[in-house]
Design a protein. Structure first.
Length: 347
């Protein structure tokens, strides 16, 4: 049997209720030269029952939850395609999702990765609302989805280069992994694609947004499953603490690993204050143990980044041209606007 052109990697954790819709949309793809690799992260629902009934599937059953980063790394080891597609388990796909990504990637050998137009999928939502149209990053090491919770009125209908792509639906050249690794497994989840995109750019590749490749995403489902057994009192606080324990430490890793000294010094006050804010939040809402857990993870990720920093010090630094400059006022305004949109759409 010939090797497929694309290896699709799906990491699953307690996603039994979402898998039938995803697999139905994969079966309807106009481009069928692909294999499916699913890494199940020790699900406790009926996920394995469904997955084992699927024909031709490469299924990896992990006996522990390796997170999104570790799960994809495990799946990548079995991939034989020329290209690798990363895909969230809580998505459904337009029939031309994969064909449009492949076509866009093959337009130019400098294109290292391409990312889909991703809509929010939510019951009762009658408008087309963006989850992501590519992603952005700024001077303090934060990254976020371009167009997040904006109504689609044609503002992101152009195929174009973007700063980075989200791993919710990302197609990239497998040959890139001959020069660097996929994800750092210690990230567990969050910011892992930011690190990967920066390494990809430092190798001289570009990242493109492909609006003709459409995905619907239910968002944060794995997180909500993961936090059910946590002991924080408020659900929203519980989810924030869970996300930020990983996201905050992983952001520190990106800053130390990739941001040049001059950039860190120029934005030092904002960076420092951003970490002080979360220190306060964790201490106030989570208590000493939660705060200590955050600081332990931060130190671990800082130490790892410091060791790797010199590897990328002399690499291509053109990624900086895509960086958004934010002042403290800009960051506060962005936070207010995001909160307003979340309230509007119940996210």
């Amino acid at each position: 049997m010939h090797n497929p052109k694309v290896s699709i990697i799906i990491v699953n954790y307690n996603g039994a209720e979402y898998l039938p819709e995803l697999f139905a949309s994969l079966a309807k793809q106009s481009f069928q030269d692909f294999e499916i690799i699913v890494v199940d992260n020790a699900s406790q629902d009926d996920s394995l029952k469904f997955l084992k009934a699927q024909k031709g599937l490469k299924l990896i059953e992990s006996n522990e939850n390796l997170g999104f980063a570790g799960g994809n790394n495990l799946g990548e080891k079995l991939a034989v395609g020329k290209y690798i597609a990363l895909l969230n388990n809580d998505t459904s796909l337009d029939p031309n999702w994969l064909s449009e990504l492949v076509s866009a990637l093959e337009k130019d050998g400098k294109r290292g990765a391409v990312v889909s137009k991703i809509y929010l999928s939510k019951q009762g939502l009658t408008k087309k609302v963006f989850d992501s149209a590519g992603s952005l990053y700024n001077n303090i090491g934060s990254c976020w989805s371009r167009g997040y919770l904006e109504e689609d009125v044609g503002q992101y209908d152009k195929e174009e280069e973007v700063p980075m792509g989200t791993a919710c639906s990302l197609l990239f050249r497998k040959e890139i992994l001959d020069q660097t690794y996929l994800f750092d497994s210690d990230y567990f989840m969050y910011v892992e694609e930011f690190d990967f995109n920066l390494r990809l750019r430092k190798l001289g590749y570009t990242v493109w947004y492909v609006p003709s490749s459409v995905v619907w995403h239910k968002t944060s489902q794995a997180v909500r499953h993961e936090i059910k057994n946590e002991k924080f009192k408020m659900k929203n606080v519980k989810e924030i603490l869970f996300k930020q324990e990983y996201g905050n430490a992983n952001r520190l890793n990106v800053l130390i690993k990739h941001y040049p000294t001059s950039l860190l010094m120029r934005n030092g006050f904002l960076i420092f204050m951003s970490f002080v804010y979360w220190d306060y939040y964790f201490a106030w809402h989570g208590g000493f143990k939660t705060y200590f857990s955050l600081k332990t993870r931060q130190w671990k990720m800082f130490s790892k980044a410091w060791q790797e920093r010199k590897i990328w010090a002399n690499a291509d630094q053109s990624w900086q041209k895509w960086m958004t400059q934010h002042s403290l006022q800009d960051l506060l305004q962005f936070k207010r606007e995001t909160a307003r949109r979340r309230l509007q759409y119940g996210e």
